[in-house]
Design a binder for this molecule. Structure first.
Ligand code: CAA
Ligand code: NAD
Length: 290
């Protein structure tokens, strides 16, 4: 099969953050045939990511969705490393760490110093300005938003966000890469929450307000949206799946960036995050998990 235009030079991909998004992105990249370095600053998270990815690839092989050879090669192509410097050889680095502008900017500044001059720095941010992340580097033309949906191996969409200075060439390369991952691409201007979360998060926040003000039980709110509007998960169940900390961070970016009180996070969501009830990843959020 001919390589899509602009793909010739991408051979190695770095992924930073081995949480639910980074591990899924690393899996996609390895299965698509790239050499992948996955880095997480937390060695425990890195170990869990390696486990999750190899289990997931083996499941795809056992279901006949991947050949044994491709599965084994994909696992071999993936290197998990606690040293950020090992990503220096990557052609594209995809950042998927915590949703905090300050922490991401610090990382982008480090990456700018260690990555190859030609490397593209992409962020999987859900809401933060790509232009501002790019301002932490000396290569703003090579910084772009590549927003995967959760879970990355399953969801068919990637939202691409161009910063103020992202070049046409970098945009074309990242679009071709997303398509190589088998995804459909949509493009958003660099505004808070882009397209998907600008629309999704107010719905999730409203579901929290409905629960907070006693409109209905959590189960009836979720069943209402599942059976009433054919969503695969109800909004509260989806919030637990995304992570309540991630939802709260996105709503804060929407609230601050768009200056409208309609985005103000529901006090119940804030309280759950304060209590460490972050959703499925912590075993407790709106619901409790085994
Ligand atoms: N990784 C890989 N595969 C997974 C997976 C994961 N994390 N979770 C589920 N799957 C696979 C399962 O193996 C199964 O595959 P087969 O059918 O081949 O056996 C398939 O997906 C369906 O899984 P399940 O039967 O276990 O469960 P399900 O039918 O309920 O589907 C779901 C799970 C795909 C997550 C579905 O519930 C769903 O689509 N939920 C909504 C997800 C969503 O809206 N995501 C976007 C969130 S917003 C976002 O991501 C942006 C942001 O910035 C916050
Ligand atoms: P997560 O909490 O599951 O994982 C984040 C990982 O990043 C953790 O393992 C943590 O140890 C690591 N990390 C934090 N700071 C780091 C640093 N400085 N260097 C290296 N590793 C670091 O989070 P997630 O849900 O995977 O989200 C990651 C990013 O993806 C966020 O920007 C989020 O907004 C975005 N996103 C999340 C979803 C979702 O549904 N959860 C969907 C799309 C995009």
């Amino acid at each position: 099969m001919a390589m899509p235009e602009g793909m010739e030079k991408i051979k190695a991909i770095g992924v930073i953050g081995g949480g639910q998004m980074g591990s899924g992105i690393a899996q996609l990249a390895a299965v698509a045939g790239y050499d992948v370095w996955l880095h997480d600053s937390d060695p425990g998270a890195l170990g869990r990511a390696a486990q999750v990815i190899s289990t997931s690839i083996r499941r795809l092989v056992s279901k006949g969705q991947l050949s044994q050879l491709v599965g084994a090669d994909s696992i071999k192509r993936l290197k998990c490393t606690p040293n950020l410097e090992e990503l220096a050889g990557a052609d594209v680095i995809i950042e998927a760490i915590v949703e905090s502008e300050d922490i991401k900017k610090k990382l982008f500044s480090q990456l700018d110093k260690l990555a190859k001059a030609s490397a593209i720095l992409a962020s999987n941010t859900s809401s933060i300005s790509i232009t501002r992340l790019a301002s932490a580097t000396s290569r703003p033309t090579q910084v772009i938003g590549m927003h995967f949906m959760n879970p990355p191996p399953i969801m068919k969409l990637i939202e691409i966000v161009r910063g103020a200075d992202t070049s046409d060439e970098v945009f074309a390369k990242i679009k071709a890469l997303a398509e190589r991952f088998g995804k459909t691409v949509i493009c958003s201007q660099d505004y808070p929450g882009f397209i998907v979360n600008r629309i999704l998060m107010p719905m999730i926040n409203e579901a929290f307000f409905a629960l907070y003000t006693g409109v209905a039980t959590k189960e009836d709110i979720d069943t209402g949206m599942k059976l009433g509007t054919n969503h695969p998960m109800g909004p509260l169940e989806l919030a637990d799946f995304i992570g309540l900390d991630v939802c709260l961070s996105i709503l804060k970016v929407l609230h601050e960036g768009l200056g409208d009180s309609k985005y103000s996070p529901c006090p119940l969501l804030v309280q759950y995050v304060d209590a460490g009830r972050l959703g499925r990843k912590r075993g407790i959020g709106v619901y409790t998990y085994q």
